[in-house]
Design a protein around this ligand. Structure first.
Ligand code: PLP
Length: 511
């Protein structure tokens, strides 16, 4: 795979299909680096779209709308593209890498199996996600457990299933995991989640000295987060400033260093390494390199202080995808090469051998593989402006779902692309806003998109690249029934998660 899109960047010469009924032959070819659809999307001569050989009209007829459609081959291709790109790049600098699929983006039993079959491991962030990964048969050692506020029950469950790594997120949690490990007679494998001051997302990254957010332990000394170092732990053990031994932490240690030192003092914990996750939807690899540098420096400092050179470094997820036509996803080959060569330089400068690395892509694997299929209902032209601006008309196109199946536009102002997918149209494109059916004016699915002017009730409308953080963040607001996840492959569809029913809703209500 090469080019901007990890999968689907290459299409056969016979592909004349164009998604974008409103824009005729000038539209971006399906599967080009500039189209946000999964690689299995085709538009036929009659304008009807199919995914992996399954017509969207058939999905609507068989499974109803709204439905999430997931292109299995596309998911697998992206999983493979990330694994092979990172394996090759890190092998070239003499070390290895494991790829963890970040299950929070979308986790079903089948999806976890696909990830596993493509050679990925699975990251979880709750007991529920852990349960799904285990049900899928993912072996405990191939699972990671995250979370800034894990319950004792979640931690113990991780022990019981031999979870390969627990990523600890605070000094208090280190003590708690250590005590629980003693009680259960295990040695718990842990990584420390650190914050490097590098935050990325969108097109650039920023590096700041201090942290003001809930995740991780700062690598910078005297960070505000160090307040927790002086708080007595919940388990009656010494606070970090009073630890014993030659490498005792001191008041000027960063919270990250204090955490590493504390783990080394605990025989019931095995320190695997250091973890850093800098953000999401990142389109510039520089942030990964900057964070990796800070982590390797911390690792070398720990080695100088204690003689312990930790064996693993995790660089997190956040690899950005294309949501809109013309946007270009982060290329896994490019980011893998850039990060591998950068960590090799840093390790050489620090005179330390490279650790084994891991990464945790979620969105980049499942986001583009998914789309949401809706049926259009009410269509309402609204005249906007006046005042000092020219008035214009925006066509409000209501669909049969909304913020309950995709909260990202309301939560983050996220942009998406939509098209009419059941037919072609020669009508002039008009400025449209796709909205849901919820009692909330912020219930917007697509802020701004050109749709054919004859869009009408009954049309099928698809929103691209909703595979990540769509179903996984879905709610029952207004008592809507959460849509099914329908996998398509080789001309056949299969329900991975069924649609909720009113019985499901009423079954929770105890009267
Ligand atoms: C959310 C998250 C990921 C995945 O992020 P994506 O943007 O979906 O790639 C990976 N690691 C951690 C720790 C996360 O919290």
């Amino acid at each position: 795979m090469s080019g901007g899109a990890p999968a689907g960047a290459s299409e056969g010469p016979g592909t004349t299909a164009v998604v974008g009924g409103q824009s005729g032959p000038a539209a971006l070819p399906v599967g080009s680096a500039g189209a946000p659809w999964s690689s299995g999307v085709r538009r036929g001569d009659d304008g009807a779209v199919e995914v992996a050989g399954v017509g969207v009209a058939d999905v609507a007829a068989d499974h109803g709308t709204p439905s999430y459609i997931l292109d299995e081959a596309d998911f697998r291709a992206r999983a493979r593209a990330y694994r092979t790109a990172f394996e090759a790049a890190f092998a070239a600098v003499g070390t290895g890498v494991d790829v963890y699929y970040a299950g929070k983006a979308l986790l079903t039993v089948a999806v976890a199996r696909w990830a596993r079959e493509e050679g990925l491991r699975v990251d979880t962030a709750s007991g529920g996600e852990l349960a799904v990964a285990l049900r899928a048969g993912v072996p405990g050692e191939a699972i990671g457990l995250h979370g800034n506020n894990k319950s004792d029950a979640e931690i113990v469950r991780a022990f019981e299933h031999g979870v390969g790594r627990i990523i600890v997120d605070s000094l208090a949690e280190i003590d708690r995991v250590a005590e629980l490990a003693v009680q259960h007679g295990v040695v718990a494998p842990v990584m420390v989640r650190v914050t490097t001051g590098v935050h990325a997302g969108g097109h650039e990254y920023i590096s700041t000295a201090h942290e003001d957010q809930k995740f991780g332990l700062s690598v910078s000394p005297a960070s505000g987060a160090s307040g927790q170092a002086s708080r007595p732990s919940g388990t009656g053990t010494a606070a970090s400033g009073e630890t014993a031994g030659g490498a005792a932490s001191s008041a000027v240690d960063s919270p990250a260093m204090a955490a590493l030192l504390r783990i080394l003092e605990r025989p019931s914990l095995r320190l695997l390494g250091i973890h850093s996750h800098i953000g999401s939807q990142i389109l510039d690899p520089d942030g990964f390199e900057a964070a990796a540098r800070a982590v390797l420096e911390l690792r070398a400092e720990l080695a100088a202080r204690t003689g312990v050179l930790v064996g693993e470094v995790d660089l997190g997820g956040g690899y950005g995808i294309a949501y809109l036509p013309g946007e270009v996803a982060l290329d896994p080959e490019r980011v893998a090469k850039d990060v591998a060569s950068s960590v090799a330089d840093v390790a050489a400068r620090l005179d330390t051998p490279l650790p084994r690395f891991s990464i945790e892509p979620g969105r980049a694997i499942v986001g583009p593989a998914g789309m949401t299929l809706y049926t259009v209902g009410t269509v309402k032209p609204v005249t906007v402006g006046g005042g000092d601006g020219e008035p214009f008309t925006r066509l409000y196109v209501s669909v049969d779902g909304g913020m309950s199946d995709n909260i990202r536009p309301a939560l983050y102002g996220a942009d998406y692309h939509a098209e009419i997918v059941g037919r072609s149209s020669d009508a002039e494109p008009v400025l449209a806003r796709v909205v849901g059916k919820h009692c909330e004016s912020g219930d917007i699915v697509v802020h701004r998109v050109m749709l054919p002017g004859d869009v009408r009730a009954g049309d099928l409308l698809a929103v691209a690249a909703t595979g990540a953080y769509g179903r996984s963040m879905a709610s029952n607001y207004n008592m809507l029934l959460r849509p099914p996840v329908v996998a398509v492959r080789d001309g056949a569809s299969r329900v991975l998660i069924r649609r909720e029913t009113e019985d499901d809703l009423l079954g929770l209500d105890q009267g």
